[in-house]
Design a protein around this ligand. Structure first.
Ligand SMILES: Nc1ncnc2c1ncn2[C@@H]1O[C@H](COP(=O)(O)OP(=O)(O)OP(=O)(O)O)[C@@H](O)[C@H]1O
Ligand SMILES: [Mg+2]
Length: 579
């Protein structure tokens, strides 16, 4: 567990936290006083039991009022420390959440290849929640229970050393038995929770992929799967309920047994004039307080252990530094940026699959303001070339340069945000309006700029044909649009930032012939004045490229214009012949 990091979150709340601790301590000390005052009251009551009402009222007023005052003060202190702790807890948890989210967004793409999104969301929500609750509990309950146990033991001893001695024998036995059963119940509860989570995963997958489920008519099978998981969870939870019921029954029996035993032994002491009735009353209340406190402490222990491990998981992610920071490095002034890109002997394996070379000694130059196309077999590494240029990954060997600067020396956020426009193979939109989605390319863009980019991407027409126009909501990840519409919006999004370098990864693959022509026109228009890296399966879309590179076995096998390559009769000519 990372205490120094936790301290950075705690430090701003130190004042409120110290106040809470002081108030909690005060409340606990008052709790220790209460049994003694109660005993004094009972003594007065017992003395006056046969006296007249007026003397009784006179005598009882002082101890009763004192007790009332202590009750009120105790209530006030309790209110104070709980309110303060809630504030501190929410502030710390909120700040941790914000920091964790930024830390996650900062991580490199390879991190997300290796980690499941659901897991990260759990870190962000459930783990921080758990940590917060046990932190609050440790302070409020821990302080109170600890002080009360110690304090009440002192008053118990002062009241009657003999009775206290008996209690000291009985209590540890009962508490350790309780802790043992408690640990068993907790493990049962964890199992039940995990089983519920399993059922949730089934539901999540089926509901999230409802189209696939429907297309394969798998509703009944998925429902059966879910039923089985839910039944198993229900079974475990029933067992847990049974265990809790037994535990409650047993602990009631034990507590009542202690009361009975105390009165029994105390009675004999009273008969020998060693104890007043008031002392016995004080003793009973104080010993109940001790029992409750000890039970609380044993529950608290388990909670704190769970909270610490949840916190440790969060802090581990917070400490994680990405290999490539989002910012930092030089940027080339806009007027001298030409957009010449060179891949020099680049080799690359994905970090999640280190033994598998995707690119091997790959060299390619993209001259400024020209279009270079890459073709090659599926899985040959074309999209990987684009990912390396975006610095989603770092080459294993070799360098990539922009206008002669190694891109590792350039500011990544400048490179991605202002130089490169990237239209990926499977464009994904956010679940907001079309307007917002296009503006994602350049947050400060005016409406007019957005319309212009949409026109350039041949998207303006179909957007305006929707009843809501640019305010149409595109659905989760853009599912409420056709493939071609999604692509054209992605093109508009990339064009909005007027990038010097444009990467198109099979941007026309999901379109019919007519729409493809529309997009092709848009792309031809957009390509002028930019360096374009065009990745395509359909050879018809790349014949106008200034240079065509054929990717085979991770390197450029041949390169040239369409005519040159056809004349050469190599791989490209073979591809053309087969299409
Ligand atoms: N994130 C990843 N982690 C590990 N391996 C990957 C990852 N992405 C791609 N690969 C592997 O790298 C190789 C090249 O993939 P890439 O996506 O670059 O191919 P491609 O040429 O774009 O293919 P296609 O024409 O089908 O789009 C493939 O064997 C693929 O399995
Ligand atoms: Mg690809």
């Amino acid at each position: 567990f990372d205490w120094p990091l936790f301290w950075t979150f705690l430090r701003p709340q130190l004042l409120a936290l110290s106040a809470a601790v002081v108030l909690a301590l005060g409340a606990a000390l008052l709790n220790v006083r209460i049994p003694v005052l109660l005993g004094q009251l009972v003594n007065v009551v017992a003395r006056c039991a046969r006296g007249h009402v007026p003397t009784y009222l006179r005598e009882v007023r002082r101890p009763a009022l004192r007790l009332l005052a202590v009750y009120c003060l105790q209530g006030l202190l309790t209110f104070g420390y709980i309110a303060l702790l809630a504030r501190v807890g929410e502030q710390v948890a909120g700040n941790m959440r914000k920091a964790l989210f930024s830390a996650l967004l900062r991580q490199e793409v390879a991190f997300f290849d290796a980690t499941r999104t659901g897991q990260l969301v759990t870190r962000l929500t459930a783990d921080i929640q758990e940590f917060k609750s046990s932190f609050k509990l440790a302070i409020s309950q821990g302080l109170r229970s600890g002080t009360q146990t110690a304090g009440c033991f002192v008053s118990l001893y002062l009241l009657s050393p003999k009775l206290t001695g008996l209690l000291l024998v009985a209590l540890p036995v009962l508490v350790s038995a309780g802790a043992f059963i408690g640990a068993f119940l907790r493990s049962l509860s964890r199992q039940a929770q995990e089983q519920v989570a399993k059922a949730t995963v089934v539901a999540d997958e089926a509901l999230g992929n409802v189209r696939t489920v429907r297309a394969f008519a798998m509703e009944e099978q998925q429902a059966r799967l879910f039923r089985a998981e839910v039944d198993r969870a229900g079974h475990l939870s029933e067992q847990l309920g049974l265990g809790i019921a037994a535990f409650q029954g047993l602990s009631n029996l034990a507590l009542n047994g202690i009361v009975l035993g105390t009165i029994f032994v105390g009675g004999s002491l009273m008969a020998g004039d060693e104890l007043t009735p008031g002392d016995l009353m004080s003793f009973l209340v104080a010993s109940q307080t001790v029992q409750r406190s000890l039970a609380n402490i044993s529950i608290l222990m388990g909670q704190v252990v769970r909270g610490l491990s949840a916190g440790a998981r969060v802090f581990e992610l917070l400490r994680l530094e990405p290999l490539v920071p989002l910012q930092g490095g030089i940027s080339i002034p806009a007027h001298s940026l030409r957009g010449r890109i060179c891949f020099n002997h680049v080799s690359f394996s994905y970090p999640t699959r280190p033994g598998y070379r995707v690119l091997e000694d790959f060299s390619l130059t993209l001259p400024p303001c020209q279009t270079v196309a890459i073709v090659g077999p599926s899985g040959g590494g074309k999209s990987t070339v684009a990912a390396l240029l975006e610095r989603f990954y770092e080459p294993t060997a070799g360098t990539i340069t922009l206008d002669g600067h190694n891109i590792t020396s350039l500011d990544p956020s400048w490179l991605r945000g202002q130089v490169i426009g990237f239209i990926s193979q499977e464009p994904v939109l956010f679940g907001t309006t079309i307007m917002e989605n296009i503006r994602f390319g350049k947050p400060g863009a005016s409406d007019a700029e957005v319309y212009e980019a949409a026109r350039l991407a041949n998207a303006d027409g179909f957007i305006r044909s929707f009843p809501e126009g640019y305010d149409t909501i595109v659905g989760e990840r853009g599912t409420a649009l056709s493939g071609g519409q999604k692509q054209r919006i992605a093109i508009a999004r990339a064009l909005l930032k007027d990038p010097a370098v444009l990467i198109l990864d099979e941007a026309t693959s999901a379109l019919d012939a007519q729409a493809e022509r529309a997009v092709q026109e848009a792309l031809d228009r957009a390509a002028t004045g930019r360096t374009v890296l065009l990745i395509a399966h359909r050879l018809s879309t790349i014949q106008g490229a200034h240079l065509i590179a054929v990717l085979a076995q991770g390197r450029v096998a041949e390169a040239g214009t369409h005519e040159q390559l056809v004349r050469r009769g190599g791989l490209y000519a073979e591809l053309i012949r087969r299409q």
